[in-house]
Design a protein around this ligand. Structure first.
Ligand SMILES: [Zn+2]
Ligand SMILES: [Zn+2]
Length: 104
């Protein structure tokens, strides 16, 4: 369980909903958090799975962690893993992966 920057974010990110398994299908879900990429996104409810990546928390205004999307792919490449074809190791799938600290 990841702790986010503030209570509001904690309660808004990846809201568990008993009617929708997919947050993109749930009208109550506003923010999505990708643990592997350390990315926060505002969900665009257009029927697809689009989101807008945000750099600051909409509630407390703190800077959110740097996106690790590029380094995620770089690290996999370094290990010779193709994320589209090969099995991605478990440590790449959640927040156990070391992330760079948020920059003030
Ligand atoms: Zn729902
Ligand atoms: Zn916050």
């Amino acid at each position: 369980m990841t702790t986010h920057c503030c209570e509001a974010m904690n309660s808004r990110v990846n809201v568990p909903c008993d009617r929708h398994d997919d947050p993109f299908a749930c009208p109550d879900a506003l923010v999505t958090f990708s643990a592997e990429f350390q990315e926060y996104g505002l969900i665009i409810h257009d029927g697809g799975a689009s989101s807008i990546t945000i750099a600051f928390c909409p509630w407390c205004g703190r800077r959110l962690p740097e996106s690790q999307r590029d380094s995620w792919f770089d690290e996999l490449e370094r290990r010779g893993i193709d994320p589209w074809a090969d099995e991605v190791p478990a440590e790449f799938r959640d927040e156990r992966r070391p992330a760079s600290p948020p920059q003030e």
